[in-house]
Design a protein around this ligand. Sequence first.
Ligand code: ZN
Length: 55
Amino acid sequence: MAVNNTKIICPDCQAEIVRPLEMEVGEILECSECGCEVEILSMDPLKYRQLIEEK
Ligand SMILES: [Zn+2]
C-alpha cells in the first residue's frame, strides 16, 4: 500500500486537506473548509492531530 497517497482528513469537518509538496514533521496545515489547524506528527506512517485552540 502506497504511503504517498495517504490523505489528510480534517478531524473536524472530514474535508480533505491538501498536502504541500514538501511537508515535514511539525508542519501546521490549515483546513480550507473550516479553518481548523492540523499538526503533522509523523511522515511514515502519516500521523497528524488537530490543534485545539484554547480560549
Ligand atoms: Zn475542516
